[in-house]
Every structure is written in C-alpha cells, then in structure tokens.
Ligand binder design. Structure first.
Ligand SMILES: C[S@@+](CC[C@H](N)C(=O)[O-])C[C@H]1O[C@@H](n2cnc3c(N)ncnc32)[C@H](O)[C@@H]1O
Length: 203
C-alpha cells in the first residue's frame, strides 16, 4: 500500500496495516519469511494434501511482482484467479483492481474431489464487507477451496478473523488457526462462538 507518495490506494482498509504490525517488512526479508512459511506448510502437508496460497500481484516501480521469488521451487500446480465483484479503492490513474491470485501448491498425490474441476480457474466472489478485519476473505471463497478437497483438517497460519474456521465448521472439517494479533484472535474466537451458537453446534 505504501509507495512513498502517500499510498496509491488511500481508501484501502489496509493502508494502516494490521492491528499489531504495519505490514511493511523490507521486500527481501518478506520473501524469505514467506518461503520459510511455505516450506513449513509443505512439510506438514500429507502426501495427498495441498496449500492454497493467496497473494496479490502488483506492479511496483515498473516491475511486475508476480511473486515468483516467493514460489520458485515449490510444486505450484496451477494459479486460480479470484475475481472480486466490485471494489472501493478508486484511483484516477488506475483501473480498479479486482483480482487476486491463489497458487495451488500441491503434493504429488493431491486430487480434487469429483467434479470440483468444473468451476474453472476464475472464481468470482464478492469481497467481505461485514467484517472489522481489514483483509477478511469471503466465507464462500474458503468453502470453495475446502469443498474441492478431501482434507480432514485445514490449517490457516494467517487466520485473521477466523474465516477458515467458519468454512471448516460449515463443512465438517477440523481446523487449526494461527494468528499473531491478539485482537484478531479474540475477534475470531467470538465469531466462531457466535456462529456455533447460531447453528446450535457445541464448541
Ligand atoms: C490477509 S489477513 C488474513 C485474513 C483472514 N483470511 C480472514 O478472513 O479474516 C493476514 C493475517 O495474518 C496475520 N499475521 C501477520 N503476520 C503473522 C505471523 N507472523 N503469524 C501469524 N499471523 C500473522 C495478520 O495479523 C492478519 O490477520
């Protein structure tokens, strides 16, 4: 978000970073950190499992950041485009950004459940607007991912407001979430408790 000119996307919810950190690590450090995270995720993924890794592409200083520096060497099988319906970050110099990229990084024996492939590789989901977290995913997006797999347990190491937990609960999967911000942990905990009460599921 911060390009040295006051930010391209002045209205973006993430302009001020997350609650516990400002989200502006130096690029090389960030790349190494993300590679370390992916290595650990892959290490604990079973031979039939996969990682769905969401990351925006960006053009910065004339350079396309297609994240190859992060994913090089990992078993990237496919990219999926998440097309957000609508957006709010208008800037006169740019067409409104409406897509994000999800890398499917898969172990060799990973297979989609029957017919999951029919939806194609461009997914349209309206971005989440009813959430105080600045970068929450829509539940339907995470449900699409979970329902495409036979995963019994889903790990989200960047759990935010708990969207992955809600999607896992809705589809009878176990979940593990990790989140650095205490504020978002509490948000997720409350959201999960409210959701379980609504669907009458004991915690
Ligand atoms: C894109 S948001 C995830 C939003 C989530 N999918 C949702 O729907 O609410 C990324 C999250 O990663 C968290 N985060 C950043 N660094 C972290 C770290 N080192 N360990 C765990 N969580 C971290 C941030 O606080 C933020 O909540």
């Amino acid at each position: 978000m911060k390009d040295g000119r006051g930010g391209k996307w002045a209205n973006a919810a993430l302009q001020n970073g997350y609650s516990d950190h400002d989200d502006c690590m130096p690029h090389q450090k960030y790349v190494q950190w993300q590679r370390d995270c992916l290595s650990e995720m892959l290490r604990i993924t079973p031979p039939t499992g996969a990682i769905f890794y969401n990351h925006k592409w960006r053009v910065q200083a004339g350079l396309l950041q297609d994240r190859h520096d992060i994913v090089d060497g990992f078993p990237v099988r496919q990219i999926i485009i998440w097309r957000r319906k609508g957006g709010i970050n208008f800037n006169a110099g740019y067409f409104l950004p409406t897509y994000e990229v999800i890398y499917l990084i898969a172990k060799p024996q990973f297979r989609l459940v029957p017919k999951a492939n029919a939806v194609g590789d461009v997914w349209e989901f309206t971005q989440e607007m009813q959430n105080s977290h600045p970068a929450a995913f829509p539940v339907a997006l995470v449900e699409r991912i979970i329902n495409s797999t036979e995963a019994k347990t889903v790990l989200d190491p960047f759990m935010g407001s708990g969207t992955t937990a809600i999607a896992a609960i809705n589809n009878n999967r176990n979940y593990v979430g990790i989140e650095i911000s205490q504020e978002y942990c509490l948000l997720a905990k409350e959201r999960i408790a409210t959701h379980c009460a609504q669907i009458r599921l004991p915690l």
